[in-house]
Design a protein around this ligand. Structure first.
Ligand SMILES: Nc1nc2c(ncn2[C@@H]2O[C@H](COP(=O)(O)OP(=O)(O)OP(=O)(O)O)[C@@H](O)[C@H]2O)c(=O)[nH]1
Length: 384
C-alpha cells in the first residue's frame, strides 16, 4: 500500500501573507513536487491567479500543472473533487499545501481529510497559522468591550484570529522585517498567551519560510493517538539540524497527535462567514482606466472610514498598458505592476473587455453602496 500524501494546511487571517509565503515555498521547493490547493473567500480568484504566475502556468483550469507539481483552486464544493484529482496524480505529488481563505477555520479541511473519500490517501502533516505581526502588536486582533459600534467588528475579528491559532501546530510570525528583537518577543508572548496549544513559533523574515520547517513535520502521525493536554513552554522551531522529538506531546498543551484526535467535536463550520453573516465580500468594477495614485489614496481613505479589512484586485491604469495589482490590508494599500508575462486575470475584466478594473473588498458589516460611492467620488471615475 502506498503511504498517504502529507498535507500542510496554511491558515491565517485576511491579508496575513499566506499566498506570499506559499509563493516563496514553491520557488524554493527544490526537488519536491508540490500540489497547491487554494480556497478563497471573495468573488475573484486572485490568489489563484497570483500562484499560477509563480507556478509558470498559463491557462484557467482547476487543476493546473507546473514544472514540479500542480495547483488547484476553487470553492468548498470543489475541495473533495480537487483532492481526488490530486490523488490521481499521487505518483507525481510529494506534498499538498492547502491555503484556506482568510476567514476559514482549518478544522473544516481537517475534518474532510478524515472523511471516507480522503482518509486513505492523505495525512495531515501540520497546520500553520500565519500572523500579521505588526497588526498583532497594534492590538488589531484584540477583543473589545467598548460598547460602541466598533465592538462587534473587533470581537468578530478577534474570534476568527483566536480560532485560527487554536487549531494551529505552527504559528508563523510574518511581516517582521521592520521589527526589533523586543517587538518579536512581545509578539511571541502574545501568541503564547492566546494559544497555549501552539507547538512551534517560526519567524518568517522577508516572508520566507524555511521549507524544512514548513513541510514534513509529521505532527499528526496516525500512530500517535493520544490527545494529551499538558502545559509546557512553547519551543522555537528546530534548527535545520534538529531531529523531531519522538514524543511530540511533551512539547506543549493540546497536542494534536493523531488524526483520530480530531474527531471529537471539531467545529463543523468551515468559514466564519457561514456562522456570522456580518462578514461581507463584494466586488466593485470600473470601466474607466485609473490613476494609480488617486486609486491608492481612495482605497486607503475608504479603508479608514469603512470597516474594510482586505481589498485586492486587478486594475488598468492610465499610466501603462499593463495590468496592475492592488493589495490592501486594512489601511496599508499597495499598487504595483504585474510581472511581465503574467497570466491574464480570470475575472470579469477578461470576460468583459469594457471592465478595466475590479476590486474585491472584505469586511465586517461593510456596505457596498457606501464603498462604491467613496471610490467614485475620490477617483472621479464610476465604480459599481
Ligand atoms: N512588508 C511585508 N509585506 C508582506 C509580507 N508578506 C506579505 N506581505 C504583503 O501583505 C499583503 C497580503 O499578502 P497575501 O500573501 O496576499 O496575504 P493572504 O494571507 O494570502 O491574503 P488573503 O488570502 O486575502 O487572506 C500583500 O500586499 C503582500 O505583499 C511580509 O513579510 N512583509
Amino acid at each position: 500500500m502506498q503511504s498517504p500524501i502529507p498535507v500542510t494546511i496554511v491558515t491565517g487571517f485576511l491579508g496575513s501573507g499566506k499566498t506570499t509565503l506559499l509563493s516563496g515555498l514553491v520557488k524554493r521547493r527544490q526537488r519536491r513536487r508540490l500540489a497547491l490547493l487554494i480556497n478563497e473567500f471573495g468573488e475573484m480568484a486572485i490568489d489563484g491567479v497570483l500562484m499560477r504566475d509563480v507556478a509558470d502556468g498559463d491557462d484557467h483550469i482547476r487543476i493546473h500543472d507546473f514544472p514540479h507539481g500542480l495547483i488547484a483552486y476553487g470553492n468548498d464544493d470543489s475541495f473533495i473533487p480537487a483532492m481526488l484529482k490530486i490523488a490521481e496524480r499521487r505518483a507525481n505529488v510529494d506534498h499538498v499545501l492547502i491555503e484556506t481563505s482568510g476567514l476559514a477555520l482549518p478544522t473544516g479541511v481537517m475534518e474532510l481529510l478524515q472523511g471516507p473519500e480522503l482518509v486513505a490517501t492523505f495525512v495531515l502533516d501540520a497546520t500553520l497559522a500565519v500572523v500579521d505581526t505588526p497588526l498583532l502588536l497594534a492590538d488589531a486582533f484584540e477583543h473589545s468591550a467598548t460598547g460602541d459600534t466598533t465592538e462587534s467588528v473587533s470581537n468578530s475579528i478577534a474570534t476568527v484570529f483566536d480560532q485560527q491559532l487554536a487549531y494551529a501546530d505552527v504559528v508563523v510570525l510574518n511581516k517582521i522585517d521592520a521589527l526589533d528583537e523586543s517587538a518579536l518577543l512581545e509578539a511571541e508572548s502574545r501568541v503564547r498567551a492566546r494559544a497555549s496549544n501552539v507547538r512551534f513559533l517560526e519567524l518568517a523574515y522577508n516572508a520566507q519560510l524555511d521549507i524544512r520547517l514548513a513541510l514534513g513535520l509529521r505532527l499528526h502521525q496516525a500512530k500517535e493517538l493520544a490527545h494529551n493536554h499538558t502545559y509546557a513552554p512553547v519551543v522555537q522551531m528546530p534548527t535545520s539540524d534538529s531531529a523531531l522529538l519522538p514524543h511530540q506531546s511533551v512539547l506543549n498543551g493540546h497536542a494534536h497527535s493523531g488524526m483520530a484526535a480530531h474527531s471529537h467535536g471539531l467545529a463543523t463550520h468551515k468559514h466564519f462567514h457561514e456562522q456570522d453573516p456580518g462578514w461581507m465580500s463584494f466586488t466593485l468594477r470600473s470601466v474607466s482606466r485609473q490613476s494609480v495614485e488617486k486609486l491608492k489614496a481612495a482605497v486607503t481613505a475608504a479603508s479608514r472610514s469603512a470597516p474594510i479589512l482586505r481589498s485586492k484586485g486587478f486594475i488598468r491604469t492610465s499610466d501603462s498598458p499593463k495590468v496592475w495589482l492592488l493589495q490592501g490590508v486594512r489601511t496599508r494599500v499597495t499598487i504595483c505592476e504585474m510581472a511581465e508575462g503574467s497570466a491574464a486575470p480570470s475575472t470579469q475584466a477578461s470576460v468583459q473587455p469594457s471592465v478595466q478594473s475590479e476590486l474585491v473588498f472584505i469586511g465586517y458589516h461593510l456596505r457596498r453602496a457606501e464603498v462604491a460611492e467613496m471610490l467614485s467620488n475620490l477617483t472621479g471615475t464610476i465604480w459599481k
